[in-house]
Structures are given as structure tokens and as C-alpha cells.
Design a protein around this ligand. Structure first.
Ligand code: C5P
Length: 219
């Protein structure tokens, strides 16, 4: 039926930030409230999908009717996403930390009195969207990524579409004056191989609902 356009579909969604441990008390993280990803999970479930939400640490409760898996690091997020496959649709909305500390310390790092800070040796995290977009056997039919940019929005989104093997990029301008980060509204542009669609500014819940309608058309 029209109101359940994703009935029978399996959807895996990432949301929130990842935390990368430096030692037992410190971490590196990205800024992300998880609001947009959680709203998409809830809207997909309301549209009849069987939803697995893989979430980094956020202050939001589990969305209704959604299997929520809580993780901290990018590596754990990737493992949870893989365990949720096969799926028909993947929506990678998490703000994944690009780097983690090469060797996190199992003891709290102390100031050594020299006045010199410790050097943090960073290594790159796995790119979850790119991994899913380039899967051979279990690649979801529709792979959706996000591009939070402050400049050259469309050009950057198109680059991501190609590099990461995605079918659609939801691009949003996160310049501070738009107050997207942690805010309740979002202004997005949908980039596919067919072109660009500009949506007006609306509540993140409405972006989620319309995105689910779009996903149902494409999946
Ligand atoms: O490259 P950038 O981080 O701007 O790309 C954003 C998109 O890629 C988002 O969909 C994000 O969830 C995804 N991503 C990911 N794993 C990473 C980095 C980004 O899934 N390590």
C-alpha cells in the first residue's frame, strides 16, 4: 500500500558520531547529534521496512520499531553494518571519525612534566560507505551517503558519489550560520547520476519522510 512503500525491504542505517579511544578516559570524536539518521530510521520503519540502525554514542532513545545496535568506534560500526547485511537499502548517515589513534593506550596517559604533549600517531579508519558501495555480493540495491560540506557542495557530493560507489548523496551545507549541526532543520540537495534535486529548508523529520519516499521509488 501507498503508506507502506518499504514493506518487506531491509534497510541498514548508520547514525551519530564515532568515538576513537586514545586511552581509557580520552577519545577523538566527530560532532553529530544523530537526529537526522534517527529520523530516517523511524520514517523507514513507519514505511514498513525492517530497519537496523547502527548508532554511535548519542543522547537519543531507540526509535520505535527499529533494531538499534550501539557501537563506539568506526571499526565496530563497520562490523555491525556487515552483520546487518544483506539489505535492500543502506543509508550511511553517521559522522564517522576519519582517523583513530594507531595504538590506544590501556593506561591513562600522564603528563610527564617535560611540558611537551604526547604525540598522537593517527591512522585512517575504514570508510563504511565506500566499503558498502563497493561490495560485490552483498551490495544493497540502493546505497545512500551524506555529504556535509561548507563549500563546493555539489562538486564535492558528485566526487563522493563516484569515489564511494554510492547511488545517491544527500548533500547539506553545514556552514555555522545554517545551524544544521545539532539543530532541528536541514536544507538538503539530492545528488544522483541523473542530476541534482534541491529541497527547501525543513524539519529533519520531514527530510527523513521525503527521503524515505524517494528511497522507495529508487529501491
Ligand atoms: O568523506 P566524508 O566523510 O565527507 O563522506 C561522508 C559520507 O561517508 C557519509 O555518508 C558518511 O556516513 C560516510 N562515511 C563512512 N565512513 C567513513 C567516513 C565517511 O561511512 N569512515
Amino acid at each position: 500500500p501507498k503508506e507502506q512503500p518499504l514493506k518487506g525491504k531491509r534497510v541498514v542505517i548508520t547514525a551519530g558520531p564515532t568515538l576513537e579511544a586514545i586511552d581509557p578516559v580520552r577519545y577523538i570524536a566527530n560532532r553529530s547529534s544523530g537526529k537526522q539518521g534517527y529520523a530516517i530510521a523511524e520514517a523507514a520503519a513507519a514505511a514498513g521496512a525492517q530497519v537496523t540502525l547502527v548508532s554511535g554514542p548519542v543522547s537519543l532513545g531507540d526509535p520505535r520499531g527499529v533494531e538499534t545496535i550501539r557501537v563506539e568506534s568506526a571499526s565496530a560500526m563497520l562490523a555491525a553494518v556487515k552483520s546487518a547485511l544483506p539489505a535492500d537499502v543502506a543509508v550511511m548517515a553517521a559522522a564517522v571519525a576519519d582517523w583513530r589513534v594507531a595504538h590506544d593506550s590501556d593506561q591513562k596517559i600522564k603528563k610527564d612534566g617535560s611540558g611537551l604533549p604526547p604525540a598522537l600517531n593517527l591512522i585512517e579508519n575504514p570508510d563504511i560507505l565506500k566499503t558498502v558501495g563497493h561490495l560485490h555480493e552483498d551490495r544493497p540495491k540502493l546505497v545512500v551517503g551524506f555529504a556535509a560540506e561548507t563549500n563546493d557542495l555539489i562538486e564535492n557530493a558528485r566526487g563522493k558519489l563516484e569515489r564511494k560507489g554510492a547511488d545517491m548523496i544527500v548533500a547539506n551545507d553545514v556552514s555555522p550560520e545554517n545551524n544544521v549541526m545539532g539543530g532541528d532543520n536541514n536544507t538538503v540537495r539530492l545528488v544522483t547520476r541523473d542530476g541534482v534535486e534541491d529541497w527547501p529548508k525543513m524539519a529533519k523529520e520531514d527530510v527523513a519522510k521525503q527521503l524515505v519516499t524517494k528511497i522507495a521509488e529508487l529501491s
